[in-house]
Design a protein. Structure first.
Length: 123
C-alpha cells in the first residue's frame, strides 16, 4: 500500500453523505475476517485502522498478522507527530486476535467472543 487513506476498515455505520450515522440494529454479521501481511504507508488524515461494528451485531473472530503500516512523511516534524497521535487505530465492538505485533500498535480489539451465534436453521 502506498499512501492509503483507510488501509484496514470495517464500517457498519456507513451511510452515504451523512457524517452522523446511527448505530443500526440491522447490521450485517461480520466474522472470520483476517488481515495478513498488510504493509505500506497511510495518509495521516484518517486512522490506519478503523473497525466500527454494530452494538447489536459486534464483529467477531477478527485476526491480524504481519500488519506494518507507517504514516506517509508529508509535512514531517512536529506536525506529522501530532497528526499520528490524533489518528490512533480505532475499534468499536470488535472482537479479535493479534497473531503478531503490529505497527502501529493495535490495542483496541476486544478479547473473546461477544456471544454464541444462534444457528439460523433452528429458527
Amino acid at each position: 500500500m502506498d499512501n492509503v487513506q483507510n488501509p484496514i476498515i470495517i464500517n457498519q455505520f456507513y451511510c452515504e453523505h451523512n457524517h452522523n450515522c446511527p448505530n443500526k440494529t440491522s447490521a450485517v454479521f461480520v466474522s472470520d475476517v483476517s488481515y495478513t501481511n498488510i504493509r505500506g504507508t497511510y495518509d495521516t488524515s484518517s486512522p490506519p485502522v478503523h473497525v466500527a461494528c454494530s452494538d447489536s451485531l459486534p464483529c467477531s473472530n477478527l485476526t491480524l498478522s504481519g500488519v506494518e503500516l507507517h504514516p506517509t512523511a508529508q509535512g514531517g516534524g512536529k506536525d506529522l507527530q501530532e497528526k499520528i497521535l490524533k489518528k490512533n487505530p480505532f475499534c468499536w465492538k470488535a472482537y479479535g486476535t493479534l497473531m503478531t505485533d503490529t505497527v502501529p500498535p493495535i490495542s483496541c480489539l476486544l478479547e473473546g467472543t461477544p456471544w454464541k451465534r444462534v444457528d439460523d436453521s433452528q429458527c
